[in-house]
Design a protein around this ligand. Structure first.
Ligand code: NAD
Length: 341
């Protein structure tokens, strides 16, 4: 009997609705020959909700998400004024304890990358660090932000990274700034050292964050799984995405023990809103990661294969990666490719 998964779909702001629509078309194509169904439940979230709901994550949406198996989240605009609601992504990561943010970086054919055949993954701690949102003004012109690091969260994300490395090239690089942040990054380092003996097949090394940003440009081919704390991971994963072709190619997963949320690693790219020119691959690859998380690995692989083949043919590519196709032209071609596999 075919299985049905309930999926919360949040279209987001800016280019979010366009790339979500594109992703749904590809998901429809992959379901045609599959023995599972996705029951898509749409929810309102994002900056566009604030005037109506007074928040970017209405209570009804949150309750709806709790009833689903996974969430496909479009990028959202986060207001930057003091007192504005926090980022929806950060809120959901914290509520659902999605401690690992997984960002694969892989070269695709005919997409310019710094070096050929790159394949590594950035795993970022997703629930604490400088994303605690705890900032205080001590006096006019003087403020502090709390970088909260707990052993529990470090152990969770590092264990995830070790297990991932075991399934891949068995090399884990942990990234920190332990020479300056001796206590907080000391805890992170301790977590790695404590878990390493449980994973004897994995080679472990480390980099300071500043050196890591340089090494990712100089020798990205030597890495397999990189694990780090929240803000460092946010920064190096955008850098890593550019190393393999840009933000339009980069999907990501936010996973915990009981739930998964899948989104492109980029933001809402407001300057491209409604222009039918955004690259939907990032969101489509996030959807592929969602299928993999749900256990539908054949469908997940089929999407990745279709993306690889269509880029390999070199005829239909969006503007950000040197082509001329619109979002909808690329999507139609990709959905047609999925149907042939
Ligand atoms: P951004 O990632 O939205 O865009 C930066 C640039 O990358 C864009 O201007 C565009 O040139 C390019 N780009 C990104 N995605 C693309 C795509 N799919 N196709 C083609 N080009 C693409 O970063 P930003 O401008 O710093 O942020 C815009 C908003 O998004 C902000 O409000 C920010 O807070 C928010 N944001 C949200 C998330 C999230 O929802 N998880 C993540 C990051 C940023």
């Amino acid at each position: 009997m075919s299985k049905t998964y309930k999926i919360a779909v949040l279209k987001g702001d800016g280019i979010g609705p366009e790339i979500t629509e594109a992703t749904i078309k590809v998901l429809e194509a992959v379901q045609e020959k599959a023995d599972f169904k996705l029951d898509l439940i749409y929810g309102e979230a994002g900056a566009h909700c604030i005037p109506t709901f007074g928040t970017n994550l209405p209570k009804e949406t949150l309750e709806m998400i709790k009833q689903t198996d996974a969430c496909l989240k479009g990028p959202m605009t986060t207001p930057e004024e003091a007192g504005a609601p926090p980022s929806v992504a950060v809120t959901l990561r914290s509520i659902f304890k999605l401690y690992a943010n997984v960002r694969p970086c892989k070269t695709f054919p005919n997409v310019e990358s710094l070096k050929p055949n790159l394949d590594f993954v950035v795993v970022r701690e997703n629930t604490e660090g400088l994303y605690s949102g705890a900032e205080f003004q001590l006096a006019p012109g003087v403020a502090i932000a709390l970088r909260i690091i707990t052993k529990e969260a470090c152990l969770n994300v590092v264990e995830y990274a070790f297990k991932l490395a075991e399934k891949r090239k068995k090399h884990l690089t942990y990234i920190h700034k332990g020479n300056i942040l001796r206590i907080t990054d000391g805890i992170f380092k301790e977590a790695v050292q404590e878990l390493a003996p449980k994973h004897p097949t994995v080679t472990v090394d480390d980099l300071h964050i500043d050196a890591a940003t340089m090494q990712l440009i100089k020798k990205p081919e030597i890495y397999d799984v990189l694990v780090t704390t929240n803000l460092f991971g946010d920064i190096i994963s955008d850098e890593a995405a550019q190393v393999v072709g840009g933000l339009g190619m980069a999907g990501g997963a936010n996973v915990g023990d009981n739930y998964g949320m899948f989104e492109p690693i980029h933001g809402s790219a407001p300057k491209y809103t409604g222009m039918n020119r955004a690259n939907p691959i990032s969101n489509i690859m996030a959807a592929s990661m969602m299928l993999d998380y749900l256990g539908e690995t054949d469908a997940a692989t089929k999407i990745e294969k279709a993306v690889t083949e269509i880029l390999g043919e070199g005829k239909v590519r969006t503007l950000d990666i040197g082509g001329t196709a619109t979002t909808s032209e690329f999507t139609d071609a990709l959905a047609a490719k999925v149907r042939t596999l």
